[in-house]
Design a protein around this ligand. Structure first.
Ligand SMILES: Cc1ncc(COP(=O)(O)O)c(C=O)c1O
Length: 373
C-alpha cells in the first residue's frame, strides 16, 4: 500500500524547509533541557540502582486507579507537595499529558481559560479537549490580560477565570510577569496556572520555581524530564483540584502509571535540589555568564534559554548547520513551533557545558552574524 497524500504533505514540508527528522546527537550540548546536567549523572544512576536494589519495579503494570499505584508514586507526590509548597501533588507520565489533564479537566463549562499567546502546544491540546471558553492575551502583557477578562465579563462570561502562563517561555527564554498576573488573579478571583517546565531546578529558592511563594489559588506544573534529569511531571495544587484530576482527568485515568522506578529517580532529583544548593546556584552562575555573552551579540537574555532570531527557516537551518560543523549541538526552531517569520536558533545552556564553551559559542554566533551582514 502506498500513501500518496502523506508523501505529498511531507514533500511540501521539505520544500518549505520544515521537514523534521530524528537527528543524532553530536557536539556540545546547547540543545537539551538538561539544565543541571543531571540526566546522565552518577547521582541518578545510583538512585536507580538503589531503587532496583530495594525491589522497586521498572513497570507499573496498570493505571494508578487499578493495580498500578505504587508507594514510590505516593512518596514522590508527598515530597513534591512539601518541596514546592502545595497542598497536594499528582505525578503524571510527562508534562504534555499533565497539561492535557489540567486544561481538559479543571476549567469547567462557563469558565474562561485566559492564556498567554505563546503558551506551550500541550496546553492548547488540553484546552481543545476541555469545556471552558479559551482566549489569549498578548505575550507577557498583564494589562492586555485584564482587558480580555473585562471584555469577557462585559459579554456575560459567568464563571471562573484560569490564567495560564509559562514562568520561563520555552522558545523565548523570557519570564512571565508573575507578580502583576497574581495581582490580577487576586482582583478577579482567578486561578493562576503556571507551567514551570523551564524554571524548575533553575529558578526560585533551591530551584522551586518562579511561582514559589506567589499567594492566591495556584496550580503549578513541574516537569521531571528537564532540569530534574528524569521523566514525568508533577502537578501541584489545592487538594480538591488534585482529587478532581484523579477522578476526572482522562490522561491520568486511562493510562498506565509512570514507572515506579522513574518516581524513585525523580525523588532523588528533588532530594538533590534540597540538599545540594550548589546545583541551582551553578545554573544561576552559568546564566549570569550567558547574559553577558549574549549581550555582546545584541541579545537581551533573561534565562538559560537564548533565542537567536533569524527570520526565515532557511537562514535558521543554515546557521545551525554552520555551528554544528564547529562542534556545537544547536538546533533550528521553525514555525509552527514559533510564530511565522521568527525561525531561530534556540540556545539552551545546559549543565554539561563550561563557561569557555559558552563564550566560544557566542563568539561563533557573532562571527556568523557579521559574515551574513
Ligand atoms: C513549557 C512546556 N510545558 C510542557 C512540556 C511538556 O513536557 P514533557 O516533555 O515532560 O512532556 C514542555 C516540553 O517541551 C514545555 O516546554
Amino acid at each position: 500500500m502506498s500513501f500518496p497524500r502523506h508523501r505529498a504533505a511531507l514533500d511540501a514540508l521539505a520544500q518549505r524547509g520544515r521537514l523534521r527528522q530524528r537527528a543524532t546527537t553530536a557536539g556540545l550540548d546547547f540543545a537539551s533541557n538538561d539544565y543541571l546536567g543531571l540526566a546522565g549523572s552518577g547521582l541518578l544512576v545510583r538512585a536507580a540502582l538503589d531503587a532496583l536494589g530495594r525491589g522497586v519495579p521498572v513497570g507499573a503494570g496498570g493505571s494508578r486507579l487499578l493495580r498500578g499505584n505504587h508507594p514510590e508514586h505516593e512518596a514522590l507526590e508527598a515530597e513534591a507537595a512539601a518541596f514546592f509548597g502545595a497542598e497536594a501533588a499528582l505525578y503524571m507520565g510527562g508534562g504534555f499529558q499533565a497539561n492535557q489533564a489540567i486544561f481538559s479537566t479543571l476549567p469547567m463549562q462557563g469558565d474562561l481559560v485566559l492564556h498567554d499567546a505563546l503558551i506551550h502546544a500541550s496546553a492548547y491540546e488540553g484546552m481543545r479537549l476541555g469545556r471552558a471558553e479559551c482566549r489569549s492575551f498578548a505575550h507577557n502583557d498583564a494589562a492586555d490580560a485584564a482587558r480580555v477578562i473585562a471584555e469577557w465579563r462585559a459579554l456575560g462570561g459567568p464563571g471562573r477565570v484560569w490564567i495560564a502562563v509559562e514562568s520561563v517561555y520555552s522558545m523565548e527564554g523570557d519570564l512571565a510577569p508573575l507578580s502583576a498576573l497574581a495581582e490580577l488573579a487576586a482582583r478577579e478571583d482567578a486561578v493562576l496556572v503556571v507551567d514551570e517546565a523551564h524554571a524548575t531546578g533553575v529558578f526560585g529558592p533551591q530551584g522551586r520555581g518562579l511561582a514559589h511563594g506567589v499567594s492566591g489559588p495556584l496550580v503549578t506544573l513541574h516537569t521531571g524530564g528537564k532540569a530534574l534529569g528524569a521523566s514525568g511531571a508533577l502537578i501541584c495544587a489545592d487538594k480538591v483540584l488534585i482529587e478532581t484530576l484523579v477522578n476526572r482527568a482522562r490522561p491520568f485515568i486511562f493510562a498506565t502509571a509512570p514507572a515506579p522506578l522513574s518516581a524513585a529517580v525523580l525523588r532523588a532529583s528533588l532530594m538533590a535540589l534540597q540538599d545540594q544548593p550548589a546545583l541551582a546556584e551553578g545554573a544561576r552562575q552559568r546564566m549570569v555568564f550567558v547574559r553577558e555573552a549574549a549581550r555582546a551579540c545584541g541579545i537581551a537574555a533573561q534565562s538559560q534559554i537564548v533565542p537567536v532570531i533569524l527570520g526565515t527557516d532557511h537562514r535558521a537551518l543554515a546557521m545551525a548547520a554552520v555551528l554544528q560543523a564547529q562542534g556545537f549541538d544547536i538546533r533550528a526552531i521553525r514555525p509552527p513551533t514559533v510564530p511565522k517569520g521568527t525561525a531561530r536558533l534556540r540556545v539552551s545552556v545546559t549543565g554539561s557545558v563550561a563557561e569557555k564553551d559558552i563564550a566560544a559559542l557566542f563568539a561563533a554566533i557573532a562571527a556568523e552574524g557579521r559574515a551574513a551582514a
